[in-house]
Structures are given as structure tokens and as C-alpha cells.
Design a protein around this ligand. Structure first.
Ligand code: ZN
Ligand code: MN
Length: 469
């Protein structure tokens, strides 16, 4: 059997988080009673004229800047025709040969660069709902602004595609361009797939899988489709260029039954809209308004001493990163990260992280972290206190006395260690006889004697020195 190279490119549609639609003043809010967020413009009534929402241009340019794209000072809108009940004008207003942004890129953790060919703006269609043999249409989504991010065919595995989407999602959330919720359809992907024999430079035939709505389905669909194409080539059969869909019940891809495959979109310029012109001043202002990007933030955390896995968890949600920045002012990021990623995260769902709902204020966690850092509170006592702070909504100073927070000074700790050693000759003999476990019980003795205030690591160090032969 020959060896094959698996090739893929992604087209990602992302709903922009503007308050109003791209060509009218209707709300973009998700949900609502069917056909209540509409007007003559977004339902395509004769004579209704579109007017471009400038906020859409701003967010699309910011998405382009965050992915290193060239931003074009002049671009145009085009009509793309197809006949579907969810598209009332029978054409979509999009950008064809003059996209707003081109030539960006995203770098994966394996060092491979995924080229972004273009980012353009367009309108979303309505939603068809198939019910008891009838098709109902809800136009609330019609006219919601989208960007379409198109990559070059640079992917070589489904895992690379998943990572790219995670980075893209994180980036778009961080700059506030979109909430990128796959389950609500505010991030949707089409995948182009082909295979070719290794070391062949033939242009392989590709198929397209439309509307992947979860990472896990995308990975399954992509792997199934690549293997299907390889099996065909192995049998000497051609791969047919077509659009397919993923069937969740059979875990296979199936050809779409409509005429999608031989479609002629008859693109032409949208005569009802003028060119999109952007000034250098606008680009400069929009760039200046961008927050610190996740990659830069992650690099900053790693430089400050955090393991990269921890840094990655902290930048996944912008609100979490902002919270962490507040907690770690003036204290070691490592201690702060241990609290945030451990006990604080244990009480949070992904939705909490996205919305920034934390079990305690950053200020309160910083107070606790500073006490630990100053050696005034043992890690053990800090942990149980943190749980109580979250349960009772109190500050550390409400829960602990001055005495509790005084810590244990070196001389006192030394004296207590001495006492514990004298009172427990059996553990001492065991330890000196090579039983490591005995050290645990000696440390336990010190912790009991100090009511948890001693730092167990410091106690261990003192005990080991005391008992070294
Ligand atoms: Zn409208
Ligand atoms: Mn599109």
C-alpha cells in the first residue's frame, strides 16, 4: 500500500458581536421568538436598501490585525447567488475578489505555520427548521454579520485543525470580536479535504464537508473522509469533487443531495453599496484599541516563571487572564496560579470562566497569596482558609486571627522540631534506619504542634538536617 499525505484547508464563519445586524438596525441577539428580530432589509423585501454597519468593518479589521493580515484600504461588496428558502433575496451580500484582509497566519505549537489567505465580511442567512415534512424558516439570524476566515490547504492532521480552531477562538474572544460559541453556531467550519501519494505533486481532487458544529465531530469527520478517499484511490477509483455532510448517527460522510456541487454563484458587484474605504487613522486607532493578545500574554506568563501548560490554561478565557493579572500584582505568579488553577477553578464551569463569574474577588485572593508569600501563613492553612473564604464570602482577615497569620519564626520552628524529635524516638530510629515514611509522621508532629501554621517544607528541611548522621 502506498503512503498518502493528508491535506486540508478550513473556512471558518464567525459571527461578530455587534449589537445590530450588518445592513439594518435589527438586534443580533441569539434566540428570541422566530421572525421577531427582522425588518424589510434583512428579509429582502423589494426596494429595501442595505446600509453597512461601520462596527462590522472595525471588528473585521481587528480580527485581521490579530492574525497578522494585510488590511486593504479599499474593498468592495458582491452578490453571491443561490436559491434557498433561508436566503430571501436569493443572493448573499459578501466579498468576492476584493476581501478586506489577506495573507495572515497562525502558528501551531509544533511550529507549523497555517497561512490565512483571506478574511472577508458577509451576512448570515436565516435558519431552516425541518419539521414533519415541512420546512419552516426563522429569519432572526438573517443579516447577522460574519467574517469568513479562509486558510491555505496547510493542515496535515485533524489535531492541527483542532489546535488552529482553539487558537482562533481564543484570539477572537480575547479581542472581543465574537463569543465563538460552536454550540450556538457563532463559529462554524467548512473543511476542504484531499489526499495524495507522498512525493507526488499532482493536484488532488478535493471534497468539502459543510457546517461542522463541534470539534469532536470535525475530528471524526475529517479522519473518516481522508480514509474514504485513500480507500478509493487504493481501489483505482477516482475521488469525485463534491460537497458532503457528516452524519452523526453513522459516523460517516455522505454526499449532499442538492445541486450544491455544480453551483454557479454568478458573483457580481453589489450595486446598492459603495466601496468600503478605511483610513490609516482608523486602522491606527483600531490597532491601539486591541488588548494584549493571548500569545503575548502567554509568553509574558512563561517569562514570569509559569509552566507553559499553566499559562495556556490561564489565557484560554480573557476574563480569567484579567482576574489572574489582578491577583498576581506584587506576588509570585506561581503561587497565585496554583490557587487560581486549583481550588478556584474547581468551583467554576467553562461558562463561569467565559462570563467572569469567580467564587471570590481577585482582591481577596491576592491578600491570601501575599500572606503565603511573606511566610506568614503556611500553605496548608492557606488552602483550608481559601475554601472557607469561598464558602462564606469573607476575607482572610475576617477568618484568621493575627496570631494565625504571624507564621512561625525560624527559632521557634527549630525549637518545636527539636521537641518533636525528642518525643518520638521510634520515628527517629525508623527514619535513620532508612524508612522515608517516618519523616512524614515527624512533619505531622510539627504541623500539629504549630496548629498548621508552620511551612511543612521548611520543617522537613530542619528535621532532615537535625537527623542527618
Ligand atoms: Zn433587519
Ligand atoms: Mn461564506
Amino acid at each position: 500500500m502506498s503512503r498518502y499525505e493528508r491535506i486540508a484547508g478550513l473556512e471558518t464563519h464567525i459571527e461578530l458581536s455587534t449589537r445590530t445586524k450588518i445592513f439594518c438596525g435589527c438586534t443580533t441577539a441569539f434566540g428570541g421568538q422566530p421572525n421577531t428580530h427582522c425588518c424589510p432589509v434583512c428579509t429582502g423585501q423589494p426596494g429595501a436598501l442595505p446600509r453597512l454597519n461601520r462596527e462590522v468593518v472595525k471588528l473585521a479589521v481587528q480580527a485581521g490585525l490579530a492574525t497578522g493580515c494585510t488590511i486593504h484600504r479599499e474593498s468592495r461588496m458582491d452578490r453571491k447567488h443561490y436559491h434557498y428558502p433561508d436566503l430571501p433575496r436569493a443572493y448573499q451580500i459578501t466579498q468576492y475578489d476584493t476581501p478586506l484582509c489577506t495573507q495572515g497566519q497562525i502558528t501551531l505549537s509544533n511550529g507549523r505555520i497555517i497561512r490565512i489567505d483571506r478574511i472577508h465580511i458577509e451576512e448570515d442567512a436565516g435558519k431552516s427548521i425541518h419539521q414533519e415534512g415541512r420546512v419552516l424558516v426563522d429569519y432572526n439570524r438573517s443579516g447577522v454579520p460574519l467574517i469568513e476566515v479562509v486558510t491555505a490547504p496547510d493542515f496535515r492532521s485533524a489535531e492541527e485543525m483542532r489546535e488552529y480552531l482553539e487558537i482562533l477562538q481564543r484570539l477572537m474572544r480575547a479581542i472581543g470580536v465574537s463569543d465563538c460559541r460552536m454550540q450556538e453556531g457563532s463559529l462554524r467550519c467548512d473543511v476542504n479535504l484531499s489526499v495524495r501519494q507522498v512525493e507526488s505533486d499532482a493536484m488532488p481532487t478535493r471534497t468539502e464537508i459543510k457546517n461542522m458544529n463541534s470539534f469532536s465531530n470535525m475530528v471524526k469527520a475529517v479522519n473518516y473522509e481522508w480514509e474514504r478517499q485513500i480507500a478509493l484511490l487504493e481501489q483505482g477509483e477516482p475521488v469525485v469533487q463534491e460537497t458532503r455532510r457528516y452524519d452523526e448517527s453513522t459516523h460517516t460522510t455522505q454526499p449532499m443531495r442538492d445541486k450544491e456541487n455544480s453551483r454557479d454563484y454568478r458573483y457580481f458587484r453589489e450595486p446598492d453599496l459603495t466601496a468600503v474605504i478605511i483610513t490609516d487613522e482608523e486602522i491606527a486607532a483600531w490597532r491601539a484599541a486591541l488588548p494584549e493578545l493571548p500569545e503575548a500574554r502567554m509568553a509574558r506568563y512563561i517569562r514570569s516563571g509559569l509552566p507553559s501548560a499553566d499559562a495556556e490554561l490561564l489565557v484560554k478565557f480573557r476574563r480569567v487572564a484579567e482576574y489572574f493579572d489582578e491577583v498576581s500584582v506584587g506576588v509570585s505568579p506561581r503561587t497565585a496560579a496554583n490557587f487560581v488553577l486549583g481550588p478556584v477553578f474547581a468551583r467554576m464551569t467553562d461558562a463561569d470562566k467565559e462570563e467572569g463569574t469567580f467564587p471570590l474577588p481577585a482582591e481577596h485572593l491576592r491578600e491570601l497569596t501575599a500572606l503565603v508569600e511573606g511566610g506568614r501563613l503556611s500553605k496548608n492553612l492557606a488552602k483550608t482558609t481559601l475554601e472557607r473564604m469561598m464558602d462564606e464570602g469573607k476575607r482572610v482577615t475576617d477568618l484568621l486571627s493575627a496570631e494565625d497569620m504571624a507564621g512561625v519564626d525560624d527559632a521557634t520552628l527549630q525549637a518545636i522540631c527539636q521537641q518533636v524529635v525528642e518525643n518520638d524516638p521510634k520515628s527517629v530510629a525508623d527514619y535513620q534506619g532508612g524508612k522515608e515514611k517516618a519523616m512524614r509522621s515527624l512533619i505531622g508532629g510539627v504541623m500539629r504542634a504549630t496548629r498548621g501554621k508552620a511551612d511543612p517544607q521548611q520543617a522537613e528541611q530542619m528535621l532532615r538536617e537535625m537527623l542527618s548522621i
